[in-house]
Design a protein around this ligand. Structure first.
Ligand SMILES: *Cc1c(COP(=O)(O)O)cnc(C)c1O
Length: 462
């Protein structure tokens, strides 16, 4: 199994190499050269299996020779051992034909744990085998950072730096990033928004001297291994509702397009998915793109679902690559156009996108109203991101079961939930002392050169 860049001008890599590399050297994102498919029998045989067993079956065809079956099974077992639910990704029913996929039972209470815990184990295994060290730099709108820190803290062969937008993450998200005491963990509060964090991270990858000097590795959802880990729960949930004999639909609260792109991969692999619905908050560039065919950046307006406050949706590039019949040069040109603020998608490419994705948006008021009405209707307490999903999911109900992804635990966003329902969701007992712990954080300007110097100094000092 080989991986190629969406911009068509970077070396082909194995799974392990693509995972350690993150962003391709031509600025593109790695995707499998060919997407493997699973026969209906193989999907049917997943019924009743554990999450870990399904994970092995779904991901194995993408791994190639990088890990033996036994190695990979051990990695998967260790990755999900710390989850607090036997099913890992349980389904609960909201309404006659609407289900919620709870993806918040991992160590940091958001779906990012599914990918990050796996990547932590994969990195540790591969780096130990190679006798190498890496520097991980991640940009976060809140949840990726804590998930990455939780996955890599205390490892000798990894330094992990997390850039988060100062003042734009929830208190709990910040505490999760700033309270771990391990000296390989570095939380950096950047003077800017999430798109600035992500832009500086991309700059570091494009500065080859720095990149090679610190052995930079990326764990943002540009990393293929993250997308792959997320494909699994589309299979596990669909199978528990009767796939492949019965179709299902999914609605996915979307920011960087990583999670929903994993759903698209599941569909390409042969999972019978009827609709894949993009749900955005008021920062609705993806919904507008689906409606108009023009991808146009506007400013980010902070919302009560901050993990989706994004205008540059990195993984959308992977969908464009397929929409343009995998012509890397066309994608490279579109990304060049985006530097001036927008690009227009051709009619043929738009047809492909609309065949595969529907979309909707939720305003702040609609999000709040959904938290309240869903609690009244089913007793389920939604985080604001999941509420965006449920609102849009409700608009796409049909005779096919709808599964909406619940991407975070409500206790991660207590203010928004309390404002909607009048009661404050409590943290799970194992995290109850989080708010009293001491914080370690470094405020940093939105300047590449200063950031690179700081990172080099911190590594040298360890
Ligand atoms: C990251 C995140 C999202 C958006 O996921 P993408 O893969 O970036 O589309 C939605 N909700 C929560 C809670 C998140 O942490």
């Amino acid at each position: 199994m080989k991986y190629i860049s969406t911009r068509g001008d970077a070396p082909e890599l194995s799974f392990a190499e693509a995972m350690l590399t993150g962003l391709a050297r031509d600025g593109g994102l790695y995707v499998p050269k060919k997407i493997p498919t699973l026969e209906a029998d193989a999907i049917a045989a997943m019924a009743g299996k554990t999450y870990e067993e399904v994970a092995f079956e779904v991901m194995k065809p993408f791994i190639g020779e990088s890990f033996t079956d036994e190695e990979f099974k051990g990695i998967i077992e260790r990755a999900y051992a710390g989850f607090r639910h036997e099913a890992r990704a349980p389904l609960v029913q909201l309404a006659p034909n609407h289900y919620l996929l709870e993806l918040f039972h991992g160590p940091t209470l958001a779906f990012k744990d599914f990918a990050m815990q796996l990547i932590g184990q994969l990195f540790q295994f591969e780096l130990t085998r190679r006798g190498e060290k890496v520097t991980i730099v991640g940009a976060t709108s809140g949840d990726t950072g804590s998930a990455a820190i939780e996955a890599f803290r205390g490892l000798d062969n990894v330094d992990v730096f997390i850039l988060f937008p100062d003042g734009r993450v929830s208190d709990i998200q910040r505490k999760q990033m700033t309270t771990p005491a391990d000296n390989n963990v570095h939380a950096l509060a950047l003077d800017g928004d999430f798109d600035d964090c992500q832009a500086r991270l991309k700059d570091m990858f494009n500065d080859f001297e720095f990149r090679d000097g610190v052995k930079l590795a990326g764990v943002n959802s540009i990393n293929w291994a993250r997308v792959l880990a997320q494909v699994v729960y589309y299979f596990s949930s669909a199978v528990s509702l009767g796939a492949p004999h019965r179709k299902v639909s999914f609605t996915v609260p979307t920011g960087n397009f990583g999670d929903i792109f994993a759903g698209y991969i599941a569909k390409r692999m042969g999972l019978p998915i009827e609709q894949l619905v993009i749900a955005t908050n008021q920062n609705d560039i993806l919904h507008r793109t689906m409606e108009t065919g023009a991808y146009t950046k506007e400013g980010v307006t902070p919302s009560i679902s901050p993990s989706m406050d994004i205008q540059v949706s990195s993984n959308f590039e992977r969908a464009l690559f397929d929409a343009y019949d995998r012509e890397g040069s066309v994608v490279a040109q579109l990304m060049e156009d985006l530097k001036d603020g927008s690009f227009t998608i051709s009619q043929g490419a738009m047809e492909m996108l609309r065949e595969n994705f529907a979309s909707g948006r939720a305003s702040e008021e609609e999000t709040t109203a959904t938290i309240k009405s869903e609690y009244a209707a089913s007793g389920e307490v939604l985080c604001p991101h999941s509420a965006v999903g449920v609102k849009v999911g409700n608009e796409h109900l049909s005779s096919v079961p709808m599964i909406t992804l619940a991407t975070a635990h409500p206790a991660k966003f207590p203010d928004a939930v309390e404002a909607a329902m009048g009661t404050r969701p409590g943290l799970p007992p194992h995290m109850a002392d989080m708010m009293d712990k001491e914080e370690r954080v470094c405020k940093v300007p939105n300047q590449l050169a200063l950031l690179e110097t700081l990172i080099k100094d911190r590594i040298a000092a360890r």
